[in-house]
Design a protein around this ligand. Structure first.
Ligand code: DX5
Ligand code: ZN
Length: 225
């Protein structure tokens, strides 16, 4: 059975001067998860937010907080992000040599665990952690910034991961350049969690923007059925 389509607005593209309000707005607009991009200026060339900000945002929505850690090392920050109210914590396979340990750690904190891979990392990087993840995040841009163009070669990787997963209950998440044009492509390839930053926050009509991405994704799903 295919997983349901989940749209996760990335608050990276929101107005940081009013983050709480933005989280409430995308929640009300129909976003399923709130995607939080954490960057350290080391693993990626940008710096965003830390656990205190996640904690401050937590009361603004009951929707799951999907925290994407683009930081290295990640292990020292897993507990702070868990305690801050993250529901899902995703670490990068490229962030350190002990991915298996990081994933076990996330699980021990009682959170859903995800592994992310950048565009140049092959799908084999996740082959031996399939028993430890709830989702695999395929980056469809190079992590660090919102508003970049989707990299089509990642579609092949999504298909390969779909195959590798088999009947395991693992979600495939995609992040980067997702909009009404690319959503059908990634869904057709096997993704079901769609992160979208600029496509949601491009205009004040968040509900319309989210609905349009969902509609495009569902249409691809229906066509494939
Ligand atoms: C990129 C982040 C993404 C980003 C997506 O490093 O992980 O979540 O916000 O933004 P768009 O949808 O604008 O590509
Ligand atoms: Zn992200």
């Amino acid at each position: 059975m295919a997983h349901e389509i989940i749209i996760a607005p990335s608050i990276l593209s929101s107005d940081f001067a009013k983050l709480g309000e933005e989280v409430r707005a995308v929640d009300k607009a129909g976003g399923d998860w709130i995607h939080v991009d954490v960057m350290d200026g080391h693993f990626v060339p940008n710096i965003t937010i830390g656990p205190e900000v996640v904690q401050a945002l937590r009361p603004h929505s009951k929707k799951p907080f999907d925290v994407h850690l683009m930081i290295a090392p990640c292990d020292p920050y897993l507990e702070p992000f868990a305690k801050a109210g993250s529901d899902m914590i995703t670490v990068h396979a490229e962030a350190g040599p002990h991915l298996d340990r990081s994933l076990q750690y996330i699980k021990s904190l009682g959170k859903k665990a995800g592994v992310a891979i950048t565009p140049s990392t092959p799908e084999t990087a996740v082959a031996y952690v399939l028993d430890k993840v709830d989702h695999i995040l395929v980056m469809t841009v190079n992590p660090g910034f919102g508003g970049q163009s989707f990299i089509p070669a990642q579609l092949h990787k999504i298909r390969a991961i779909r195959k590798m997963i088999g009947s395991r209950p693992i979600h495939i998440e995609v992040d980067g350049g997702i909009n009404t044009e690319t959503a059908p492509l990634v869904v057709e390839a096997g993704a079901n969690i769609l992160v979208a930053g600029s496509a949601v926050f491009k205009s004040s009509a968040y509900a319309d923007n989210i609905a349009a991405i969902r509609k495009a994704a569902m249409r691809a799903r229906a066509a494939a059925a």
